[in-house]
Design a protein around this ligand. Structure first.
Ligand code: ZN
Ligand code: ZN
Length: 261
């Protein structure tokens, strides 16, 4: 499995990164490469095209309906309906996310009809739901955020060993037991740390670096990648807090970088 960071900026796109977007790739036994996009936040559809043809990925998984995680679904809909592949009658693109995400696409598109959403084959997912996309096995858990939100566990073939590997992406969430359970024992935890540690933050929205680190420690994960640091927050401070809590070095999700799992 290969994880490429397309966008990692928290809450809005920043000067150096789109908002939340990651590309997951894995090869099946026949050598076909399968591609899943995790989140498609504001600004991500541009650089995503450096790494793949977004109109032909195998599935899109969206954590929740905030613009920094889903706004560019509307842009992907435009690409599929009016871009170079428009005349090919591409089948609807599998899209997984919390209930109501299909209506969100229509709202963001500003259209009066459902055409923007019809380019997707939407499945609403919640706590405990599972699905398969090629060699990827997907399991979702409820996250703790002001809108319906999910975290996802992705199991698939390792690009390092002959066996399987697992990635858990928290989406946006405060520290909660459902996400802890989902993350337990995974090889790589891609965890949001949306709050700066320098102020008192409200509950039920984001983690800070310390909380992301303790989540990784308590879940016994093999590796921690911190993401969703807002462009106005010092990422070095967040990383240091996460590393102290985790008890080992942590990585910062950086646009353009690929992690091999
Ligand atoms: Zn966010
Ligand atoms: Zn959010």
């Amino acid at each position: 499995m290969r994880l490429t960071v397309v966008g990692s900026a928290g809450s809005t796109a920043g000067p150096d990164s789109p908002a939340s977007c990651y590309l997951l790739e894995a090869d099946d036994a026949a050598g076909r490469t399968w591609r899943i996009v995790l989140d498609l936040g504001s600004g991500a559809i541009g650089p995503l095209q450096r790494h793949c043809d977004p109109t032909r990925v195998d599935a899109v998984l969206v954590s929740h309906g905030h613009p920094d995680h889903c706004a560019d679904l509307a842009a992907l809909s435009v690409l599929r309906r009016y871009g170079p592949a428009a005349d090919e009658e591409l089948p609807p693109l599998p899209l997984y996310g919390p209930e109501g995400l299909d209506r969100r696409i229509v709202q963001v598109s500003g259209s009066e009809d459902a055409a923007a959403a019809d380019t997707f084959d939407f499945t609403a997912v919640g706590d405990g739901d599972t699905a398969a996309v090629g060699p990827f096995s997907l399991t979702w858990a409820r996250a703790w955020h002001p809108v319906p939100a999910v975290a996802v566990r992705v199991a698939g073939p390792s690009a390092i060993t002959e066996g399987a590997t697992t990635l858990v992406f928290t989406g946006d969430t405060d520290r909660c037991d459902d996400v802890l359970g989902l993350a337990r024992g995974c090889d790589v935890l891609l965890a949001e740390a949306g709050w700066a540690h320098s102020r008192v933050n409200p509950e039920g929205i984001h983690m800070n670096g310390t909380q992301a680190g303790t989540l990784a420690r308590d879940a016994g994960v093999g590796e921690l990648i911190v993401t969703h640091v807002a462009s106005w927050v010092d990422p070095a401070a967040t990383l240091e807090l996460a590393a102290v809590a985790y008890g080992a070095p942590v990585a910062l999700a950086t646009p353009g970088e690929t992690h091999v799992l």
